[in-house]
Design a protein around this ligand. Structure first.
Ligand code: GUN
Ligand code: ZN
Length: 436
């Protein structure tokens, strides 16, 4: 059966940080989907004229369809950490985060949280995410089980951490290797799931554990790698004292062979030029998490400098350091903080950061990120009438640029009417598409 999904189409066909004409807008457009893949795209009228008897037509009038948003950095076991008061990174980890993560040892707790967590991602228009679990393999099993049931594209890994944290969240170099390997064997490549080797950050891993992470990457060259880097100035000073023989923060990871085209580093606010050059030459990506950076007071992300260096960048919510699951809210925050730095990010660039940029950061540009024929039909449906304010501003806009910009600045979960995963509608019952 074929499904024709109709609405205004907006997607990136290229990277607008480096080229003009990177966005395609098709007013009153449609995507033809078969077996979860986009097989045609164009004006609704044109595609309707080719319609076969077996086509199912789902129409979203007064809505913009974008590729599903991609969140390249978020923490599953921090569901209950979000909006915790008062401290910066290292104290915030001790006070709120480690105690919350300790609870994910319990399978029933993890399973319940997995439903909530994935529900929040989808309600915010996010269809793909790169996720930190807790140090307990159970957390990743629960998350992958829930994602597989929805056929959601998800990449996740159990956190590796063998020092500088409470016993309840620590593993050992050996157990983290064995547990990660078992998870890779069970989940990597199953349904739409992939595994990411996930040392939390340099201060909570010994050299022995980072060597084990490198061993896992060599033994499984197609898995991902994720960690944190250069988020907070006290953290950077701590890393220098723990690893006196490393040239800089990135070098800690580099010495263990952890840099590559599937490596994603969260934050990277305070990186030196040499570190950016290394990230670029190893084709690594940075996940930019502005809500988190503001909320826990980490700093102002130098987007323009990083783009000039040619390093891949995309958006992360970093819940629970971040205070929102919404990629749109993160675009809003990013736009404002770049304004403070005298860098005016364009509407096209915001769209890219939320969609194709995420796909490219995850090396998934052949699967997701835009509406090119052959891509998986993961779609976010944004409602022009979501709130009275959005209705007034969005319906009054003269161009797609003005309209999309207003949606990205004013939008959050209320603007998301629903999403499609592989062409299957996931929405609330009162938001179903019109069947034409
Ligand atoms: N650095 C190490 N662990 C964490 C974490 O859980 N959240 C954030 N934002 N930074 C980290
Ligand atoms: Zn994080």
């Amino acid at each position: 059966m074929k499904t024709l999904i109709c609405g205004d189409l907006l997607h990136c066909i290229d990277n607008p940080f480096y080229t003009d004409e990177a966005v395609e807008f098709i007013e009153d457009g449609a995507l033809l989907v078969e077996d979860g893949l986009i097989i045609d795209k164009g004006k609704r009228e044109t595609l309707l004229s080719k319609a076969g008897k077996d086509w199912h037509i789902e129409h979203h009038p007064n809505c913009t369809l974008t590729p599903g948003f991609v969140d390249t950095h978020i923490h599953f076991p921090q569901v209950d950490v979000v909006a915790s008061w008062g401290t910066q990174l290292l104290d915030w980890l001790e006070t709120y985060t480690f105690p919350a993560e300790a609870q994910f040892k319990d399978q029933a707790h993890a399973a319940e949280m997995a439903e909530f967590f994935l529900g929040q991602l989808l309600a915010n228009g996010t269809t793909t995410a790169l996720v930190f679990g807790s140090s307990h393999p159970n957390s990743v099993n629960a998350l992958f089980e829930a994602a597989a049931a929805k056929h959601m594209r998800l990449i996740a890994g159990k956190v590796m951490m063998d020092r500088n944290a409470p016993e309840s969240v620590l593993d050992t170099a050996e157990s983290s290797y064995n547990d990660s390997k078992a998870l890779i064997e069970r989940w990597h490549g199953h349904d739409r799931l992939s595994y990411a080797v996930t040392p939390r950050f340099a201060p909570t891993s010994t050299d022995e554990q980072l060597a084990m992470a490198g061993k896992l990457m060599r033994e499984h060259p197609d898995v991902y790698f994720q960690t944190h880097i250069s988020e907070n100035v006290d953290e950077i000073a701590w890393v220098k004292s723990l690893f006196p023989n490393c040239e800089n923060y990135l070098d800690v990871y580099k010495q263990h062979g952890l840099l590559g085209p599937r490596s994603v580093f969260a934050h990277g606010i305070h990186l030196e030029d040499r570190e950016l050059d290394d990230l670029k030459s190893h084709q690594c990506a940075i996940s930019h998490c502005p809500c988190s950076n503001n909320f826990i007071g980490s700093g102002l992300f130098p987007l323009e400098r990083i783009i000039k260096k040619g390093v891949k960048v995309s958006m992360g919510t970093d819940v629970g350091g971040g205070d929102s699951y919404s990629i749109l809210r993160n675009l809003n925050e990013s736009y404002k903080l770049q304004q403070l730095l005298n860098h005016n990010v364009s509407p096209s660039q915001l769209l890219y950061l939320a969609t194709l940029g995420g796909a490219q950061s995850l090396n998934l540009q052949n699967n997701i990120g835009n509406f090119q024929v052959g891509k998986e039909a993961d779609i976010s449906v944004l409602d022009h009438n979501a709130t009275t304010l959005i209705k007034r501003r969005v319906c009054g806009a003269a161009t797609w640029q003005e309209r999309w910009f207003a949606m990205s600045i004013l939008g959050d979960d209320r603007i998301i009417k629903g999403v499609y995963l592989l062409g299957q509608w996931i929405g609330t019952s009162n938001s179903d598409p019109r069947i034409d």
